[in-house]
Design a protein around this ligand. Structure first.
Ligand SMILES: NC(=O)C1=CN([C@@H]2O[C@H](COP(=O)(O)OP(=O)(O)OC[C@H]3O[C@@H](n4cnc5c(N)ncnc54)[C@H](O)[C@@H]3O)[C@@H](O)[C@H]2O)[C@@H](O)CC1
Ligand SMILES: Nc1ncnc2c1ncn2[C@@H]1O[C@H](COP(=O)(O)OP(=O)(O)O)[C@@H](O)[C@H]1O
Ligand SMILES: [K+]
Length: 483
C-alpha cells in the first residue's frame, strides 16, 4: 500500500488529497451510522491514520455533528499530510485516552493504521481499552487500531470495531484471523489509486473468490466420457478406520471426477464394500500395492492421508505416489508421518501437481525444526514459505484458510462457517481438491476452488452440518457456479 500510495502521488494526486478522500469516506460512513446532529468522538493517533481522523472530524463538524477529538501525542509532533490535515480542525484537541467515548453515537478510531510497529502500551492501550469498554459502535479507519495490517494479529490490545472503512483494497488483516473478527463489515473506499497500480503491487494476493478459478472449472462437453473426467484414487485406512477415505471419495465423485476408486487394505475390503456403490474398490496392500495400481495411467489423481496411520508405511506410500507423478493431495496422517522429517520434503513435490492440506496443528508438527517456516507471525507468510520449500500448493485450514502456491500466488478464504469444524470435514475437502485435479484443474486453482466450494456447501447447509452432508451440498453450489 505504501508503494501504491507513492505511485498515486507521483502520478499527480497529492498525498494530502489522498488523505482528504480517505477522511471523506470515513465521514460519509459515520454519517450513515449516526443520527443527524449526533455526537461523534474521534480518537486520532500520531501518524497518518490520525490525519484521516482530523479530516473526518472537520467534515463532520461542518455537517453539524457534535464532534470531539482527542489526540495520542501532541499536535506539534504531527508530521507530513497529517500535520496539514490537523490545521483543518479548528475545535479543541484533547487527549485521546480522556475522551468521553461512552457519550458518543459513533466513535471513530483513527489511532493506528498500517504503520503500527509494536504492541500497544501505556496511553495507547488505555485509549483502546476505554473505547472498547464504552460499548458504543466504533468505526475503524483503515483497520482496527492494534491489529497488525500484515498478519491480522492483535498487538497487545485492539479495537473491536463495528465497521471498518479501508482504502483502495483490503489488506491481509481484514481477512486473516483474528484481525477479521475485529473489523466488522469492511467497506473499501476508492481514493483514486488505480486498479493497475494495485495489481502491479499486490497482484499475487487475493481474497479467494470464484473470479480466481471459475474459468477453469470443468464443464463436461457433449461427447465427454467418464475417462475424460479423470479417475481419483483414495487410500483407505485399516478395518476400523475406513470412513475418512469414503468421505473423500464421495466428495471427489460429487465434484465431477468421472471415476473414483477406494484403495483398501485387504482386511478392510469387507467394510468398504459394504458402504460403496458408485465408488469402486480395489485391494491395496501398502506401498507395493499402491505401486501396482498406479501402473494403470488412468488413475490420475490421488488422496493419501485421511486415517491412513502415522508410520513409515504411510511415508513409503507418499514416496510411491510422488514417484508416479500423479496429481496428489496429502492430508492428515500423510503429513504427520513426516513429523521431524520435513527436510525429506524439500523440493519433493516440484514435478507433479501436489496440494498439502494441514490445519495449524498438522503444519506445526510437519515443519518442526524449521523455524524459517514456523516463525513468521503471518499465516499467509508461513503458507508461502512452506509452498516454496516443498514445491507443493499449501492449504493451511481454519476459519481463515490460506492457499499458497510455490510461485507466490496466495488466496485467503472468507466464506467459511464454524459449522465446518466437524469430524471428517477435512477429508471431504481433500476429495474435492483431488476430484478437481483429476479433471485437469491446476493445483492452485483446484485448491482455491475446493476450499471455497467446501465452505459454501457448509454454509448453505448450516446448523446440524455433519461431514456426510458436505458432498451432498456440492451439486447446489456447482449449479450456481456453472450457471
Ligand atoms: N498517502 C498515504 O500514505 C495515505 C495514508 N493513509 C493513512 O495513513 C495510514 C498509515 O499512516 P502511517 O504510516 O503514518 O502509520 P499510522 O498512522 O498507522 O501509525 C504510525 C505512527 O504511530 C506510531 N506508532 C506505531 N506503533 C505504535 C505503538 N504501538 N504505540 C504508539 N505509537 C506507535 C509511529 O511511531 C507513527 O508515529 C493508513 O493506515 C491510512 O489510514 C490515508 O490517508 C490514505 C493516504
Ligand atoms: N471456525 C471455522 N470457520 C470456517 N471453517 C472452519 C472453521 N473451523 C474449521 N473449519 C474448516 O473445517 C475443516 C476441518 O478440517 P480438519 O481440521 O482436517 O478436520 P477433520 O480432520 O475432522 O476432517 C477445514 O476445511 C477447516 O478450514
Ligand atoms: K484505525
Amino acid at each position: 500500500m505504501k508503494q501504491a500510495d507513492r505511485e498515486a502521488i507521483e502520478s499527480g494526486i497529492p498525498g494530502l488529497e489522498l488523505m482528504r478522500r480517505a477522511g471523506r469516506a470515513v465521514a460519509d460512513l459515520a454519517e450513515k451510522l449516526a443520527s443527524a446532529g449526533g455526537k461523534i468522538v474521534v480518537a486520532a493517533g500520531p501518524g497518518q491514520n490520525g490525519g484521516d481522523g482530523f479530516v473526518a472530524a472537520a467534515l463532520l463538524a461542518e455537517r453539524s455533528y457534535q464532534v470531539s477529538l482527542g489526540l495520542l501525542g501532541s499536535s506539534d509532533r504531527l508530521t507530513g499530510d497529517a500535520a496539514e490535515a490537523a490545521k483543518g480542525w479548528i475545535g479543541e484537541v484533547g487527549r485521546a485516552e480522556d475522551l468521553r467515548f461512552y457519550e458518543a453515537d459513533i466513535v471513530i478510531d483513527a489511532l493506528f493504521g498500517t504503520g503500527l510497529t509494536r504492541d500497544l502500551e501505556a496511553r495507547a492501550r488505555i485509549a483502546v481499552e476505554r473505547m472498547n469498554a464504552s460499548g458504543r459502535p466504533i468505526l475503524a479507519v483503515d483497520l482496527p487500531s492494534g491489529i497488525d495490517g500484515e498478519t491480522g494479529e492483535v498487538r497487545g490490545v485492539a479495537v473491536k470495531a463495528a465497521r471498518t472503512v479501508t482504502f483502495a483494497a483490503r489488506k491481509p488483516c481484514h481477512l486473516l484471523m483474528p484481525g477479521r473478527a475485529y473489523c466488522g463489515p469492511v467497506e473499501v473506499a476508492d481514493i483514486g489509486i488505480s486498479r493497475k497500480t494495485l495489481e502491479a503491487r499486490g497482484g499475487a494476493l487475493f481474497a479467494n473468490g470464484s473470479a480466481l478459478w471459475t474459468h477453469v472449472l470443468p464443464r463436461p462437453g457433449l461427447s465427454s466420457h467418464k475417462y475424460e473426467r479423470g479417475h481419483t484414487l483414495v487410500a483407505s485406512g485399516g478395518a476400523t478406520r475406513t470412513g475418512a477415505a469414503r468421505l473423500a471419495a464421495r466428495a471427489a465423485l460429487r465434484i465431477g471426477s468421472g471415476l473414483v476408486t477406494v484403495a483398501s487394505p485387504p482386511e478392510a475390503l469387507g467394510v468398504n464394500a459394504a458402504h460403496l456403490t458408485a465408488i469402486m474398490l480395489r485391494g491395496c496392500d501398502g506401498p507395493e500395492g499402491l505401486n501396482t495400481i498406479l501402473q494403470d495411467p488412468r488413475f490420475n489423481a490421488l488422496v493419501l492421508g485421511p486415517a491412513l496411520g502415522i508410520h513409515a508405511g504411510t511415508r513409503a506410500m507418499v514416496a510411491v505416489a510422488v514417484h508416479a507423478r500423479r496429481s496428489l493431495v496429502l492430508d492428515a496422517d500423510a503429513l504427520t508421518s513426516f513429523e521431524g522429517l520435513a527436510s525429506e520434503l524439500h523440493g519433493a513435490f516440484r514435478h507433479a501437481p501436489t496440494v498439502l492440506t494441514p490445519h495449524d496443528g498438522e503444519f506445526s508438527r510437519l515443519f518442526k525444526g524449521h523455524p524459517d517456516l514456523l516463525d513468521p507471525a503471518s499465516k499467509l507468510e508461513r503458507a508461502r514459505r512452506a509452498a516454496a520449500f516443498t514445491g507443493a500448493v499449501l492449504v493451511i485450514k481454519g476459519a481463515d484458510t490460506v492457499v499458497a502456491a510455490p510461485d507466490g500466488r496466495a488466496g485467503i478464504n472468507e466464506n467459511g462457517t464454524p459449522y465446518l469444524a466437524t469430524a471428517g470435514s477435512g477429508d471431504t475437502l481433500c476429495g474435492l481438491i483431488a476430484g478437481l485435479m483429476a479433471q485437469g484443474v491446476p493445483a492452485f486453482e483446484a485448491a482455491c476452488a475446493g476450499v471455497w466450494i467446501h465452505a459454501e456447501a457448509g454454509a448453505s447447509f448450516g446448523p446440524g452440518l455433519i461431514a456426510e452432508d458436505l458432498a451432498e451440498a456440492v451439486p447446489g453450489v456447482l449449479r450456481e457456479l456453472l450457471r
